[in-house]
Design a protein around this ligand. Sequence first.
Ligand code: PLP
Length: 384
Amino acid sequence: MNIPDRVRERAERLADALPAYVYDLAALDRHAAAVRAALRDVELYYAVKANPDPALLRALAPYADGFEVSSGGEVAHVRSVLPRARLAFGGPGKTDAELALDVHRLHVESPGELRRLIETGAPADALLRVNLAVPVQGAALAMGGGATPFGMDPGGVRECLSLLRRQNRVRPRGLHAHLASGLRAPDLLDLAKAVLGFARDLSGEGHIPTSRDLGQDAPAVEVDLGGGMAVSYHDPSELFDWETYGRGLAELREPGELLRVEPGRALTAYCGWYLTRVIDVKRVHGEVFAVVTGGTHHLRTPAAKGHDQPLAVLPTGRPGTGATTEPVTVVGQLCTPKDVFARRIPMTVDVGDIVAFGLAGAYAWTISHHDFLMHPKPGFHYLT
Ligand SMILES: *Cc1c(COP(=O)(O)O)cnc(C)c1O
């Protein structure tokens, strides 16, 4: 893949201090500004679990209306970095202590969770997380569309609405849905249409309070449509079409309705690079392997998703001991056959060369098993 000049220059300067992560904050700023503009009146929350690095949170803050968090740990973390940020707290299995945290929106995952929330006695503004039986083919991961532990079917939502009517501390504000990830704009717009239709039915039947009940400033219907915008690891130049998505949502939205999205991967994946160095090139039973410093204990994404992580090779220019132009399988230093970044990639590589893995800004460092084998941790560097 193409590597920006500034990342290449930093990689060459860090050559003796690899492996390392490099985050291109200027690129993230440009990308977030473009996403923000494409979304027009739709609120943008960043799904923190994709990458909670404080520098990234600060870079996104000017463009984000808030942050979507999935644990008490993430609540505390975002508060420590951005004390005034609005938080929407979702995720299955919230403890009583987590339910009692004061956040802008609480995403209720089940009738049982709602009962416990009501029992805390604390006021809360809740969105009910719905899992509609809509087709989610083509998704990389399905959190909805059928039986999953995420959210509620329409029967569960109606059970919550009847619990909510019998109390007045927990205010139902609307619906939340995060049905699948890895979808393109037209497919996400189809899901948005289904979720919005369901929300309008409930509010038309008087189940979800509207501006009539909550005061003039409250939206007619509030719906958080989740994240899941596709990132192509196969072809990094194939970007999610934010323009089409923003235009589509603007067409779907009726006056007075509040829509929100909460992307993670498609916001931060592109700004992150994991840089390593080739320490051995070997041929085993006819196949060529390049062994690099570090491994999938630093960048678990290709092992977790079963893909080839896109990469660029920066040759040192010095002749090494293992130059090859055959297809190469790039592996790390772990003693497990699962420690593979990319398989049989046509490339020219030699011992000493730098390998830069792209799309390493989301679901990368924080989903990795850092302590396995006790190799040194990578450095973290930020290009501003
Ligand atoms: C993970 C998650 C997101 C972000 O998903 P991406 O695929 O990274 O955009 C948004 N909302 C919820 C509820 C999630 O669990």
